[in-house]
Design a protein around this ligand. Structure first.
Ligand SMILES: Cc1ncc(COP(=O)(O)O)c(C=O)c1O
Length: 354
């Protein structure tokens, strides 16, 4: 039989990341990367780490990075887990913490890796529909569940859930893991960090790919009760002891230490989001209220697929999901002032030439 793969591999529906094409003069607003570079201190640290010492394995515990993150967030080092991008942290979380007899709950519209990991790790799951305004309704989660995972702000809507809603959600489910994926929280959400005390079932997942402009370095982390972190570490050490190389550990540590640079970058993106939102609304788009580094928008004159195609023809890349409920929307990453100008010019051109 000419089959070298397992049935599992054949049955998987992998996550499809936004494309990274090589198009000249491209305005790339499709993967929620930062339009600005990382901290110069992070770059310097990466360069310094690219030395003869690369012949040695990195610290498997990423001790310095975890200590730095713990100090930054005001928690103990035993409450920090780091991984190769938050996708890997999520993968270990699905494998080690979210697999129960009762179903894992997550919104019907959310980060599309959640159903992929659920399938990969055989996690029974149910989706909970967002309301008509694309919001998460906490009351809808009051049902038997083995675990819950939410992104806050949610993706791809950008809509944020209040801290009191997150607190109610956790307090409604004190005996099961509740995971809050805070990939975009720095751009406007309230972190669930304030809720950690007395809630050993809460796990917060963060990434350095967005607000720290380090998507290429692949660093994500989790913050939670040391019991959850220990469980994640056991999963990690059963998979790959060295998920973060020396340059990644050094660069991420330096980024956390450069708070002024980080804050200035976030502020620029938030200002850009405001300008982009106003520009799109002026062109007739409906834009959902975003607390992230992207907006989710639709226009009655063209379908989402047609918008994405017409923008691509003008070298502007945005993300379109051909899925029920959201196929008319575009997810557009906040770019630089110039990129926002190019996006709006392209939209104007498309509307004129319809
Ligand atoms: C909600 C959410 N979580 C996690 C990630 C993964 O980020 P990374 O693996 O780059 O840390 C993303 C990336 O787009 C995301 O949108």
């Amino acid at each position: 039989m000419n089959r070298y793969w397992t049935d599992l591999a054949g049955e998987l529906t992998p996550y499809v990341p936004g494309e990274q094409p090589r198009i000249a003069d491209l305005v790339k607003l499709n993967t929620n990367e930062s339009p600005y570079g990382p901290s110069p201190l992070a770059l310097e640290a990466v360069r310094a780490a690219a030395s003869e010492a690369l012949r040695l394995y990195p610290d498997p515990e990423a001790g310095e990075l975890r200590e730095t993150l713990a100090a930054y967030h005001g928690v103990d080092k035993s409450q920090i887990f780091v991984g190769n991008g938050s996708d890997e942290v999520l993968a270990h979380t699905f494998a080690g913490l979210l697999n129960h007899d009762l179903p894992l709950l997550f919104p019907d519209i959310t980060y599309s890796f959640y159903p992929v990991y659920a399938k990969l790790f055989g996690v029974a799951h149910e989706t909970v529909a967002l309301d008509a305004a694309m919001r998460i309704g906490i009351a809808d989660y009051r049902r038997p569940a083995g675990a819950i995972i939410l992104a806050n702000p949610n993706a791809p809507t950008g809509i944020v859930l209040s801290l009191s809603d997150i607190a109610s959600l956790i307090d409604d489910h004190p005996d099961i893991p509740v995971v809050v994926d805070e990939a975009y929280v720095d751009f406007g959400g309230e972190s669930a960090l304030a809720l950690l005390a007395g809630r050993p079932n809460l796990l917060i997942i963060r990434t350095m790919s967005k607000s720290r402009a380090l998507a290429g370095l692949r660093v994500g982390y989790a913050i939670g009760d040391s019991g959850l972190i220990e469980a994640l570490t056991r999963v990690k050490d059963s998979f790959n002891s060295y998920p973060l190389g020396r340059p990644a550990q050094a660069g991420a540590t330096a980024s956390v230490r450069d708070d002024a640079f980080f804050r200035a970058g976030v502020e620029k993106v938030v200002r850009g989001r405001q300008a982009m939102t106003e520009g799109l609304i002026a062109l007739g788009f409906e834009v959902l209220p975003s607390s992230a580094n992207f907006v989710f928008a639709r226009h009655t004159d063209l379908s989402g697929a047609d918008w994405a195609k017409a923008l691509r023809a003008r070298a502007v890349l945005v993300r379109h999901f051909g899925k029920p409920r959201i196929s008319d929307y575009l997810r557009i990453t906040v770019g630089t002032e110039t990129e926002i100008g190019r996006l709006l010019d392209a939209c104007r051109d498309i509307l004129h030439n319809r």
